[in-house]
Design a protein around this ligand. Structure first.
Ligand SMILES: [Zn+2]
Length: 164
């Protein structure tokens, strides 16, 4: 069966940066399952997987625009340290959700100065060109419930939950 919109696809992958450093990988025995065609994966990955057959193995190089985006200076904020009073101890690497005027952004503390704290809401893989080795393990039709929820259920999915 081929990968198409509204199929549930199980893949294993290895992700490296342009220097060949390993960034992420799945366990061969624990594939990632996702609902194809609704934007659950980065666009470059869904494009590369479209129309692939189960059992296929391939490589794809994804530029930042189709991956985790270009680094965006607008997602870096300087906040006054006094705003952190209730948060207790913070250090570089601390993550929290920042409420902006029209959004909620997961940010990471990247620098702490005398009375300012610099936080960064860019994805940690922003600006990276992504080098994937992908194997399509299984392709199946999505269930009506999966289509309704917009994500895959069952082993390997991020939503292996009980819907009652
Ligand atoms: Zn669900």
């Amino acid at each position: 069966m081929k990968v198409a919109k509204n199929t549930v696809v199980s893949i294993t992958y290895t992700l490296k940066d342009s220097d060949g450093n390993l960034l992420d990988s799945t366990d061969a025995s624990d594939p990632l399952a996702y609902l194809h065609g609704v934007g659950n994966l980065i666009s470059g990955m869904e494009k590369a997987l479209d129309d692939r057959d189960s059992g296929e193995t391939f490589q794809v190089i994804i530029p930042p625009e189709d991956g985790y985006g270009k680094f965006d200076d607008d997602l870096v904020w300087e906040l006054e340290k006094s705003q952190f009073a209730e948060m207790g101890e913070i250090e570089e690497g601390t993550q929290f959700v920042l409420e902006t005027e029209d959004d909620q952004v997961l940010v990471t503390v990247v620098d702490i100065r005398e009375d300012m704290v610099i936080v960064d809401g860019n994805h940690e893989l922003a600006d990276e060109t992504l080098h994937f080795d992908i194997t399509v393990v299984e392709v199946r039709d999505a269930t009506p419930e999966e289509l309704e929820h917009g994500h895959a259920h069952g082993p390997g999915s991020a939503h292996d939950h009980d819907h009652g």
